[in-house]
Design a protein around this ligand. Structure first.
Ligand code: C2E
Ligand code: MG
Ligand code: MG
Length: 601
């Protein structure tokens, strides 16, 4: 715009000088120069990253005003030169007006408030001018100008609609019609600029639907899509004013709150709205005659204009949301420092875990299981990880990470192989256990190569070695959620002579149906129940019930986590046959187990 004005502008001064309207032309040029300076200043001022929403709005207002003045200046040229018919300057005036209106239509079409008044303001004086000529070609030119004006409006209007549509599509989510991720990130950046300037606080709620994939998989994507739309309607109807809802993708939504004077207020507001949303999202949805139930996990991050970037705050909300997922879903958590340290440590351990097997950092310990005569009858194999930087890392920490990364398949294989080797070795040393239990994680169990891997290892180490020890695979109740084909996998493993034990019995999806349906041979009473024995009255009933269940279904039973004589006495009295716990021995290194065995068999 500046180049378009400053260079041709000089020609107007020259023409003015030729035709004695020099002074007016110079004044006009001065005006256009001032406007250009102002334009350059506004251009420099614009910074999408640093401006707040208020600043952006006022910037836009200033820029619009500048455009009105700019084109008004071109209108002035017309008024100045149009009366100069004798020198032929009116031709220049008419061409200038046509040119200016075309430029206005072409450049300003994205905003109706700009192009409509400006194009009209340039065309109408020209029409009047032609009419005032009061002769036949004057009227014809007036008509032509009107048509030309209409064409400009038509073209700018078309471009305007197309532009609006493109803009709308680029910032909105196609399915639900709310703002999309891209827009949200820009918006959040401006919001943070706002918070920084006013020294205020707000919050981010990251909402992720629980088990949405199951809805998609079982009822189809149409139902899934309809559910998402219905979720959006509920969210929109229940969020307070001044909040902004967008879809980050999939079944993830994000809400930014209003601004608050202090952090505590913002926290309070975030909690209130999260709890409300959790409850309204849980009510039944009726979609294509299906009753669908879904809950949500909400992670909250409190935001301010402080150093952190918008991406950081989204990440915080994400971390908090995953924490909810891990703690059983359907809830809300606020991000805190401890969470972030845990996430960092997990990332670090994840990296280290990749090389743990190669460096032989994973090893096994062995915890004895004793029978009623207090003789060692079996052993549970437990994994340990010794890292040179991090020291001793317990399975409670690394098995989870291994599961999430899929490394558990490799690690699990390594554990089974090491355990089988130990049996072979003990066999030659005359250590003959009845049972050796190995923990199998769900992801490892469900892996397509599991049966083949176990079969290969079994044949390599145990099949031809005349070994009396029975292998027991400990699985957990979460496996029940994996569906029907787990029985098929279990049956194939059982064909090798391997038994199954249900570990941590009573802490998961306890259902009597699966005990009947799944080919399990043993249950292990979870150590928490044993721990509760001396502390709560109903714990006794609980343990007693589990012992009964084992009896009814004809299953072997092991009590784990036995730490005191009283616990042992209670268990003995109620018919428990196998015991494991610190009362007898902690998990032992291989040589230590061998010594323990010799002393207690
Ligand atoms: P789990 O299979 O239920 O193993 C029993 C856990 O209880 C072990 O913890 C054991 O050290 C501990 N424990 C044994 N006796 C007592 C006692 O008297 N009192 C108390 N408080 N605890 C006792 P550990 O070794 O830390 O293992 C934790 C869990 O990690 C295991 O629970 C198991 O689910 C998993 N895990 C351990 N090794 C492996 C493995 O090789 N593969 C897989 N997939 N998971 C493993
Ligand atoms: Mg176990
Ligand atoms: Mg257990």
């Amino acid at each position: 715009m500046i180049a378009l004005s400053m260079l041709p502008g000089l020609a107007y001064i020259f023409l003015g000088w030729l035709n004695d309207i020099y002074l007016r032309a110079v004044f006009w040029y001065l005006a256009i120069t001032l406007l250009s300076i102002r334009g350059y200043y506004l251009y420099k001022q614009f910074d999408a990253e640093k401006m707040s929403n208020t600043q952006l709005e006022s910037w836009y207002k200033n820029t619009s005003v500048l455009f009105y003045f700019y084109f008004a200046a071109w209108g002035v040229i017309f008024l100045m030169y149009a009366p100069e018919t004798e020198t032929g300057m009116h031709y220049i005036a008419i061409f200038t007006e046509i040119g200016a209106s075309t430029v206005a239509a072409a450049l300003l079409f994205p905003d109706k408030k700009l192009y409509k008044p400006i194009v009209a303001g340039l065309i109408i004086p020209m029409i009047i001018y032609f009419i005032l000529m009061a002769n036949w070609y004057g009227y014809v030119l007036a008509a032509f100008s009107a048509i030309f004006g209409w064409v400009l409006f038509y073209i700018a209007g078309g471009s305007y609609k197309l532009f609006q549509k493109t803009i709308f599509q680029s910032v909105h989510d196609y399915l639900t019609g709310i703002y999309n991720r891209q827009y949200f990130i820009e918006y959040l950046q401006r919001k943070m600029n706002d918070l920084r300037q006013k020294n205020e606080y707000s919050y981010l709620l990251l909402i992720d639907l629980d088990h949405f994939k199951t809805v998609n998989d079982s009822l189809g994507h149409d139902v899934g899509d309809a559910l998402l739309c219905e979720v959006v309607v509920r969210l929109q109807n229940n969020i307070p004013e001044n909040t902004m809802l967008s879809r980050l993708g999939g079944d993830e939504f994000i809400i930014t709150g209003a601004n608050y004077a202090d952090k505590q207020q913002s926290k309070q507001a975030a909690l209130q709205i999260s709890e409300k949303l959790l409850s309204i999202l849980k009510a039944a949805y009726i979609i294509n005659q299906h009753h669908v139930y879904i809950s949500a996990s909400i992670g909250v991050s409190l935001i301010s204009g402080s150093g952190a970037s918008s991406a950081d705050f989204i990440k915080e909300a994400d971390i908090a949301m995953y924490e909810v997922k891990e703690k059983g879903r359907d809830g809300v958590f606020f991000f805190d420092e401890e969470m972030s340290q845990r996430v960092e440590r997990n990332l670090l351990l994840e990296q280290l875990l990749y090389s743990a097997i190669g460096k032989e950092e994973i090893y096994l310990v062995y915890q004895p299981q004793l029978n009623v005569e207090q003789k060692v009858s079996g052993v549970e194999v437990l994994a340990r990880w010794h890292n040179e930087e991090q020291g001793e890392i317990y399975p409670a920490e690394f098995i989870n990470i291994a599961e999430q990364t899929g490394l558990i398949v490799e690690i699990g294989y390594y554990i089974i192989e090491s355990a089988f080797r130990t049996i072979v070795d003990w066999n030659t040393k005359g250590i003959n256990l009845r049972y050796m239990s190995i923990n199998i994680s769900m992801r490892q169990f469900m892996h397509h190569s599991f049966v083949a891997d176990v079969t290969r290892l079994y044949q390599k180490y145990l099949a031809n070695n005349d070994i009396k020890t029975h292998i027991v695979f400990e699985i957990t109740e979460s496996i029940v959620a994996e569906g029907d084909n787990i029985t098929t996998i279990m049956d194939k493993i059982k064909d090798l002579g391997i038994l199954f034990s249900m570990d941590d019995f009573g802490t998961g999806y306890s259902s009597l149906t699966y005990i009947r349906k799944l080919p399990i041979d043993e249950i292990k009473i979870d150590r928490h129940f044993i721990k509760d024995l001396s502390r709560y009255n109903n714990a006794e009933e609980m343990v007693n019930t589990i012992l009964h269940i084992a009896e009814i279904f004809n299953l072997a039973i092991v009590a784990e986590g036995v730490e005191t004589e009283q616990q042992q006495a209670f268990l003995l009295q109620h018919g428990c046959k196998v015991f494991q716990g610190y009362l007898y021995a902690k998990p032992l290194l291989k040589q230590d187990f061998e010594t323990y065995y010799r002393d207690n068999s």
